[in-house]
Write a new protein. Structure first.
Length: 123
């Protein structure tokens, strides 16, 4: 029996993308989320150039997990990466994150991000 190509290269690419997206969503949901109603700091960035400390603004967080965080913004974001400053009394860390979802919320937009790595922010 001769095997012939059933899908075009474009269709195979689309199927591969769909499967990879489904796997990524499943992996993302593997981390348990915790309600996190706290004000933290965030600065948009382009993914390669880190923001300065003065670029950070306050955001109201909604939930957090070991793999990511969600927060509210009063406007629809036009950036795909952000640095989040996670603070507690007497210490904080900065984490680079990739925006994974943007959804309209009752007030503004809910932005979901996946943590990528810890970073150091200069003054």
């Amino acid at each position: 029996m001769k095997v012939t190509q059933v899908f075009s290269d474009q269709e195979i690419g689309e199927i591969r993308e769909s499967v990879e997206k489904s796997i990524a969503e499943a992996e993302r949901r593997m981390s348990k989320r915790f309600h996190f109603s706290a004000v933290q700091s965030m600065a948009p960035c382009n993914g390669s150039e880190l923001p300065r400390k003065r670029a950070f603004g306050k955001v109201l967080c909604q939930d957090i997990s070991t793999s990511g965080i969600s927060f509210r913004l009063p406007f629809q974001p036009d950036f795909d990466h952000a640095v989040i400053r996670l603070s507690k009394p007497h210490s904080s860390i900065y984490v680079m994150a990739r925006v994974t979802s943007i959804r309209p919320a009752s007030i503004g937009f809910l932005v979901g991000c996946r943590f990528l790595s810890k970073v150091t922010i200069e003054a």
